[in-house]
Design a protein around this ligand. Structure first.
Ligand SMILES: NC(=O)c1ccc[n+]([C@@H]2O[C@H](COP(=O)([O-])OP(=O)(O)OC[C@H]3O[C@@H](n4cnc5c(N)ncnc54)[C@H](O)[C@@H]3O)[C@@H](O)[C@H]2O)c1
Length: 332
Protein backbone atom coordinates (compact mmCIF):
# COMPACT_ATOMS: atom_id res chain seq x y z
CA UNK A 1 0.00 0.00 0.00
CA UNK A 2 1.20 3.50 -0.82
CA UNK A 3 2.35 5.49 2.19
CA UNK A 4 0.43 8.69 2.81
CA UNK A 5 2.91 11.47 3.50
CA UNK A 6 2.13 14.92 4.85
CA UNK A 7 4.76 17.55 4.06
CA UNK A 8 4.61 20.81 5.96
CA UNK A 9 6.79 23.58 4.52
CA UNK A 10 7.17 24.20 0.80
CA UNK A 11 10.20 26.48 0.96
CA UNK A 12 13.78 25.82 -0.13
CA UNK A 13 14.28 22.55 1.73
CA UNK A 14 10.66 21.38 1.51
CA UNK A 15 11.08 21.52 -2.29
CA UNK A 16 14.15 19.26 -2.09
CA UNK A 17 12.22 16.90 0.17
CA UNK A 18 9.24 16.76 -2.24
CA UNK A 19 11.62 16.08 -5.12
CA UNK A 20 13.15 13.13 -3.28
CA UNK A 21 9.80 11.74 -2.15
CA UNK A 22 8.74 11.71 -5.81
CA UNK A 23 12.02 9.94 -6.70
CA UNK A 24 11.19 7.40 -3.99
CA UNK A 25 7.97 6.62 -5.83
CA UNK A 26 5.57 8.41 -3.49
CA UNK A 27 2.54 9.07 -5.67
CA UNK A 28 0.67 11.36 -3.30
CA UNK A 29 2.15 14.04 -1.07
CA UNK A 30 -0.25 16.16 0.98
CA UNK A 31 1.35 19.58 1.21
CA UNK A 32 0.67 22.37 3.67
CA UNK A 33 2.26 25.82 3.92
CA UNK A 34 1.02 29.18 5.15
CA UNK A 35 2.35 30.76 1.96
CA UNK A 36 0.00 30.32 -1.01
CA UNK A 37 2.83 31.29 -3.33
CA UNK A 38 5.12 28.47 -2.08
CA UNK A 39 2.27 25.97 -2.38
CA UNK A 40 1.51 26.99 -5.94
CA UNK A 41 5.15 26.87 -7.00
CA UNK A 42 5.64 23.35 -5.70
CA UNK A 43 2.33 22.13 -7.12
CA UNK A 44 3.38 23.46 -10.53
CA UNK A 45 6.59 21.46 -10.27
CA UNK A 46 4.96 18.16 -9.34
CA UNK A 47 1.33 18.50 -10.51
CA UNK A 48 0.58 14.76 -10.38
CA UNK A 49 2.07 14.09 -6.94
CA UNK A 50 1.09 17.09 -4.85
CA UNK A 51 -2.27 17.60 -3.15
CA UNK A 52 -2.54 20.99 -1.54
CA UNK A 53 -4.24 21.10 1.84
CA UNK A 54 -5.54 24.22 3.50
CA UNK A 55 -6.19 22.94 7.01
CA UNK A 56 -4.09 20.43 8.89
CA UNK A 57 -6.56 19.60 11.69
CA UNK A 58 -8.45 16.95 9.75
CA UNK A 59 -5.18 15.19 8.85
CA UNK A 60 -3.93 15.11 12.42
CA UNK A 61 -7.13 13.30 13.42
CA UNK A 62 -7.15 10.88 10.46
CA UNK A 63 -5.43 7.59 11.37
CA UNK A 64 -4.68 6.83 7.69
CA UNK A 65 -2.11 9.66 7.75
CA UNK A 66 0.83 8.58 9.88
CA UNK A 67 3.93 10.20 8.39
CA UNK A 68 4.42 13.93 8.97
CA UNK A 69 7.49 15.76 7.63
CA UNK A 70 8.27 19.28 8.86
CA UNK A 71 10.49 21.57 6.76
CA UNK A 72 9.37 24.71 8.55
CA UNK A 73 11.27 27.36 10.53
CA UNK A 74 12.32 25.94 13.95
CA UNK A 75 10.46 28.74 15.74
CA UNK A 76 7.16 27.40 14.31
CA UNK A 77 7.69 23.74 15.09
CA UNK A 78 6.64 23.60 18.73
CA UNK A 79 3.12 24.67 17.82
CA UNK A 80 2.99 22.63 14.60
CA UNK A 81 4.32 19.37 16.07
CA UNK A 82 2.25 19.34 19.29
CA UNK A 83 -0.96 18.06 17.57
CA UNK A 84 1.10 15.44 15.68
CA UNK A 85 2.40 14.11 19.00
CA UNK A 86 -1.06 14.20 20.53
CA UNK A 87 -2.29 12.06 17.64
CA UNK A 88 0.67 9.63 17.73
CA UNK A 89 2.11 10.45 14.32
CA UNK A 90 5.53 9.38 13.01
CA UNK A 91 7.42 12.64 12.70
CA UNK A 92 10.42 13.86 10.74
CA UNK A 93 11.59 17.33 11.69
CA UNK A 94 14.36 19.19 9.95
CA UNK A 95 17.37 20.13 12.07
CA UNK A 96 17.77 21.73 14.60
CA UNK A 97 14.11 20.83 15.23
CA UNK A 98 13.13 23.49 17.73
CA UNK A 99 14.03 27.03 18.66
CA UNK A 100 15.64 26.08 21.96
CA UNK A 101 16.17 23.36 24.55
CA UNK A 102 13.26 24.58 26.64
CA UNK A 103 10.73 23.80 23.87
CA UNK A 104 11.98 20.26 23.36
CA UNK A 105 12.04 19.65 27.12
CA UNK A 106 8.42 20.73 27.43
CA UNK A 107 7.43 18.25 24.72
CA UNK A 108 9.49 15.43 26.28
CA UNK A 109 7.75 16.07 29.59
CA UNK A 110 4.24 16.23 28.13
CA UNK A 111 4.59 13.40 25.58
CA UNK A 112 7.28 11.05 26.98
CA UNK A 113 6.08 8.06 24.92
CA UNK A 114 4.94 9.77 21.72
CA UNK A 115 8.13 11.84 21.37
CA UNK A 116 10.03 8.60 20.71
CA UNK A 117 8.44 8.62 17.24
CA UNK A 118 10.35 11.70 16.18
CA UNK A 119 13.35 11.71 13.86
CA UNK A 120 15.61 14.75 13.49
CA UNK A 121 16.80 15.49 9.97
CA UNK A 122 20.54 15.26 10.58
CA UNK A 123 21.41 14.53 7.00
CA UNK A 124 25.14 13.85 7.47
CA UNK A 125 24.22 10.63 9.24
CA UNK A 126 23.38 9.37 5.73
CA UNK A 127 26.54 10.68 4.04
CA UNK A 128 28.99 8.06 2.79
CA UNK A 129 31.93 10.45 3.22
CA UNK A 130 31.18 10.99 6.91
CA UNK A 131 31.04 7.22 7.37
CA UNK A 132 34.47 6.98 5.78
CA UNK A 133 35.83 9.71 8.09
CA UNK A 134 34.63 7.77 11.13
CA UNK A 135 36.60 4.73 9.92
CA UNK A 136 39.64 6.96 9.31
CA UNK A 137 39.45 8.32 12.86
CA UNK A 138 39.08 4.86 14.36
CA UNK A 139 42.01 3.47 12.38
CA UNK A 140 44.83 3.20 14.91
CA UNK A 141 47.43 3.24 12.12
CA UNK A 142 46.66 6.93 11.52
CA UNK A 143 47.77 7.82 15.02
CA UNK A 144 46.23 10.10 17.59
CA UNK A 145 43.57 12.60 16.41
CA UNK A 146 45.08 16.00 17.09
CA UNK A 147 42.69 18.47 15.49
CA UNK A 148 39.42 18.75 13.53
CA UNK A 149 38.08 21.86 11.84
CA UNK A 150 34.72 22.48 10.20
CA UNK A 151 34.05 25.43 7.91
CA UNK A 152 30.49 25.95 6.74
CA UNK A 153 29.97 29.31 5.06
CA UNK A 154 27.91 30.87 2.28
CA UNK A 155 25.87 33.93 1.48
CA UNK A 156 22.50 32.90 2.95
CA UNK A 157 20.08 31.46 3.60
CA UNK A 158 19.91 34.07 6.38
CA UNK A 159 17.45 33.00 9.07
CA UNK A 160 15.46 35.43 11.18
CA UNK A 161 14.42 33.13 14.00
CA UNK A 162 17.62 31.38 15.10
CA UNK A 163 21.35 32.13 15.33
CA UNK A 164 23.75 30.79 12.72
CA UNK A 165 25.03 28.22 15.24
CA UNK A 166 21.55 26.67 15.61
CA UNK A 167 21.19 26.64 11.83
CA UNK A 168 24.65 25.51 10.70
CA UNK A 169 26.78 24.33 13.64
CA UNK A 170 23.99 21.90 14.47
CA UNK A 171 25.12 19.89 11.40
CA UNK A 172 28.73 19.88 12.64
CA UNK A 173 27.69 18.93 16.18
CA UNK A 174 25.75 15.97 14.81
CA UNK A 175 28.88 14.88 12.93
CA UNK A 176 31.04 15.26 16.06
CA UNK A 177 28.58 13.20 18.14
CA UNK A 178 28.71 10.51 15.46
CA UNK A 179 32.51 10.53 15.10
CA UNK A 180 33.10 10.41 18.85
CA UNK A 181 30.15 8.18 19.84
CA UNK A 182 28.34 10.91 21.79
CA UNK A 183 31.37 11.56 24.01
CA UNK A 184 30.95 14.61 26.23
CA UNK A 185 33.02 17.58 25.22
CA UNK A 186 34.45 20.63 26.82
CA UNK A 187 33.69 24.05 25.37
CA UNK A 188 36.86 26.13 25.19
CA UNK A 189 35.56 29.24 23.54
CA UNK A 190 32.45 30.53 21.80
CA UNK A 191 32.36 33.77 19.90
CA UNK A 192 29.56 35.01 17.73
CA UNK A 193 28.94 38.26 15.89
CA UNK A 194 25.63 39.95 15.22
CA UNK A 195 26.35 41.81 12.01
CA UNK A 196 22.97 42.45 10.40
CA UNK A 197 20.76 43.02 13.42
CA UNK A 198 21.08 43.03 17.19
CA UNK A 199 19.05 39.85 17.78
CA UNK A 200 20.53 37.13 15.57
CA UNK A 201 24.18 36.02 15.29
CA UNK A 202 25.40 35.77 11.68
CA UNK A 203 28.87 34.44 12.33
CA UNK A 204 30.08 31.98 14.92
CA UNK A 205 33.40 30.45 15.99
CA UNK A 206 33.25 27.64 18.49
CA UNK A 207 36.18 25.72 19.99
CA UNK A 208 35.90 22.42 21.84
CA UNK A 209 38.04 19.66 23.21
CA UNK A 210 37.12 15.97 23.25
CA UNK A 211 39.65 13.70 24.93
CA UNK A 212 42.86 15.25 23.57
CA UNK A 213 41.41 16.41 20.26
CA UNK A 214 40.86 20.12 19.64
CA UNK A 215 37.90 21.02 17.42
CA UNK A 216 36.92 24.30 15.77
CA UNK A 217 33.62 25.06 14.08
CA UNK A 218 33.53 28.14 11.92
CA UNK A 219 30.14 29.18 10.47
CA UNK A 220 28.79 32.19 8.62
CA UNK A 221 25.89 32.99 6.33
CA UNK A 222 27.50 36.24 5.21
CA UNK A 223 30.36 34.97 3.12
CA UNK A 224 31.17 35.67 -0.54
CA UNK A 225 31.49 32.01 -1.54
CA UNK A 226 30.18 28.63 -0.46
CA UNK A 227 32.59 26.58 1.66
CA UNK A 228 31.82 23.20 3.18
CA UNK A 229 35.04 21.71 4.45
CA UNK A 230 36.25 19.45 7.21
CA UNK A 231 39.87 18.67 8.03
CA UNK A 232 41.20 16.01 10.34
CA UNK A 233 44.82 16.18 11.48
CA UNK A 234 46.23 13.03 13.02
CA UNK A 235 49.75 12.18 14.16
CA UNK A 236 50.46 10.46 10.83
CA UNK A 237 48.03 11.82 8.23
CA UNK A 238 45.85 14.73 7.21
CA UNK A 239 42.37 14.38 5.72
CA UNK A 240 40.46 17.03 3.80
CA UNK A 241 36.75 16.63 2.99
CA UNK A 242 35.66 19.27 0.49
CA UNK A 243 31.95 18.81 -0.02
CA UNK A 244 31.84 21.36 -2.84
CA UNK A 245 33.82 19.08 -5.17
CA UNK A 246 31.83 16.91 -7.55
CA UNK A 247 33.94 13.79 -7.06
CA UNK A 248 36.89 12.70 -4.96
CA UNK A 249 35.63 14.84 -2.11
CA UNK A 250 38.08 13.29 0.34
CA UNK A 251 41.82 13.59 0.00
CA UNK A 252 44.25 11.99 2.36
CA UNK A 253 47.63 13.63 2.63
CA UNK A 254 50.37 11.36 3.88
CA UNK A 255 52.02 14.30 5.55
CA UNK A 256 52.81 15.00 9.13
CA UNK A 257 55.07 17.02 11.33
CA UNK A 258 56.76 15.80 14.47
CA UNK A 259 59.59 16.38 16.87
CA UNK A 260 62.29 13.70 17.13
CA UNK A 261 62.12 11.63 20.29
CA UNK A 262 63.94 13.41 23.14
CA UNK A 263 66.03 10.36 24.10
CA UNK A 264 67.77 10.60 20.71
CA UNK A 265 68.84 14.15 21.46
CA UNK A 266 70.98 13.43 24.49
CA UNK A 267 68.57 15.49 26.59
CA UNK A 268 69.39 18.66 24.75
CA UNK A 269 66.00 20.32 24.35
CA UNK A 270 67.34 23.03 22.02
CA UNK A 271 68.26 20.40 19.45
CA UNK A 272 64.57 19.52 19.08
CA UNK A 273 63.98 20.49 15.49
CA UNK A 274 60.60 19.76 13.95
CA UNK A 275 60.62 17.36 11.03
CA UNK A 276 58.14 17.43 8.14
CA UNK A 277 57.36 14.07 6.48
CA UNK A 278 55.80 14.10 3.03
CA UNK A 279 54.42 10.98 1.32
CA UNK A 280 51.98 10.22 -1.47
CA UNK A 281 48.46 11.68 -1.36
CA UNK A 282 45.43 9.55 -2.12
CA UNK A 283 41.75 10.08 -2.93
CA UNK A 284 39.87 7.04 -1.64
CA UNK A 285 37.11 5.71 -3.87
CA UNK A 286 33.87 6.50 -2.07
CA UNK A 287 30.49 6.14 -3.72
CA UNK A 288 28.69 9.49 -4.07
CA UNK A 289 25.27 8.89 -2.51
CA UNK A 290 22.30 11.24 -2.20
CA UNK A 291 21.99 11.65 1.58
CA UNK A 292 18.55 13.30 1.45
CA UNK A 293 17.16 10.44 -0.65
CA UNK A 294 18.62 7.86 1.75
CA UNK A 295 17.42 9.80 4.79
CA UNK A 296 13.82 10.01 3.55
CA UNK A 297 13.88 6.39 2.40
CA UNK A 298 14.87 5.41 5.92
CA UNK A 299 12.14 7.60 7.43
CA UNK A 300 9.23 6.39 5.32
CA UNK A 301 10.21 2.79 6.03
CA UNK A 302 10.45 3.36 9.78
CA UNK A 303 8.02 2.85 12.60
CA UNK A 304 8.06 4.35 16.09
CA UNK A 305 10.15 1.48 17.48
CA UNK A 306 12.91 1.65 14.86
CA UNK A 307 13.13 5.45 15.15
CA UNK A 308 13.57 5.43 18.90
CA UNK A 309 16.60 3.15 18.49
CA UNK A 310 18.46 5.40 16.03
CA UNK A 311 21.23 6.72 18.26
CA UNK A 312 22.16 9.80 16.18
CA UNK A 313 18.67 10.75 14.95
CA UNK A 314 16.22 10.08 17.77
CA UNK A 315 14.85 12.42 20.41
CA UNK A 316 17.94 11.99 22.64
CA UNK A 317 20.22 12.92 19.71
CA UNK A 318 18.17 15.98 18.74
CA UNK A 319 17.89 17.10 22.35
CA UNK A 320 21.61 16.65 23.03
CA UNK A 321 22.49 19.03 20.17
CA UNK A 322 20.03 21.65 21.43
CA UNK A 323 21.58 21.23 24.88
CA UNK A 324 25.09 21.90 23.56
CA UNK A 325 23.81 24.95 21.69
CA UNK A 326 22.09 26.22 24.80
CA UNK A 327 25.32 25.76 26.83
CA UNK A 328 27.14 27.73 24.14
CA UNK A 329 24.60 30.56 24.51
CA UNK A 330 25.55 30.76 28.19
CA UNK A 331 29.28 30.92 27.33
CA UNK A 332 28.94 33.67 24.78
N1 LIG B 1 19.25 19.28 6.10
C1 LIG B 1 19.69 20.33 5.44
O1 LIG B 1 20.76 20.30 4.86
C2 LIG B 1 18.85 21.57 5.40
C3 LIG B 1 19.09 22.54 4.43
C4 LIG B 1 18.28 23.67 4.41
C5 LIG B 1 17.29 23.84 5.37
N2 LIG B 1 17.10 22.88 6.31
C6 LIG B 1 16.08 23.05 7.37
O2 LIG B 1 14.78 23.04 6.78
C7 LIG B 1 13.92 23.91 7.51
C8 LIG B 1 13.29 24.91 6.55
O3 LIG B 1 14.31 25.66 5.94
P1 LIG B 1 14.11 26.33 4.50
O4 LIG B 1 15.46 26.74 4.05
O5 LIG B 1 13.30 25.46 3.62
O6 LIG B 1 13.28 27.63 4.89
P2 LIG B 1 12.29 28.44 3.95
O7 LIG B 1 12.08 29.74 4.63
O8 LIG B 1 12.77 28.43 2.54
O9 LIG B 1 10.94 27.60 4.00
C9 LIG B 1 10.12 27.51 5.13
C10 LIG B 1 8.67 27.33 4.67
O10 LIG B 1 7.85 27.17 5.84
C11 LIG B 1 6.65 27.92 5.65
N3 LIG B 1 6.04 28.22 6.94
C12 LIG B 1 6.41 29.15 7.85
N4 LIG B 1 5.61 29.09 8.92
C13 LIG B 1 4.71 28.09 8.68
C14 LIG B 1 3.64 27.55 9.42
N5 LIG B 1 3.31 28.01 10.64
N6 LIG B 1 2.94 26.53 8.87
C15 LIG B 1 3.25 26.05 7.65
N7 LIG B 1 4.26 26.52 6.90
C16 LIG B 1 4.98 27.54 7.42
C17 LIG B 1 7.10 29.15 4.89
O11 LIG B 1 6.00 29.78 4.24
C18 LIG B 1 8.12 28.57 3.93
O12 LIG B 1 7.54 28.17 2.70
C19 LIG B 1 14.78 24.55 8.61
O13 LIG B 1 14.65 23.84 9.79
C20 LIG B 1 16.20 24.38 8.09
O14 LIG B 1 17.17 24.29 9.13
C21 LIG B 1 17.85 21.75 6.33
Amino acid sequence: MQKKIILIGAGYWGTNIANNLVKLGIKNIWLYDTSKKSLKTLKRRFPKNINIISNLNKFYKDKKFKYFIYATPPSKNFRLITPALENKKIIFVEKPGFKNLNEVDLLVKKYPKEIKSIMFGYIYMFNNYINYIKKFINNKKNGKILYIRFIRQNLGPIRNDIDVSYDLSSHDLSIINFLFNNKKFKIIKNQSYKLLNSQIADLSNISFKINNTFIDINNSWINPDKIRSLIVITKKKMLLFDEMLKDNKIKIYNKFADYPKTELLKNNFFNRKIKIHIGKNISPKIKNNDPLYDELKFFINSNNKSLSKKKYLNIDAGRSILKILSNLDKKN
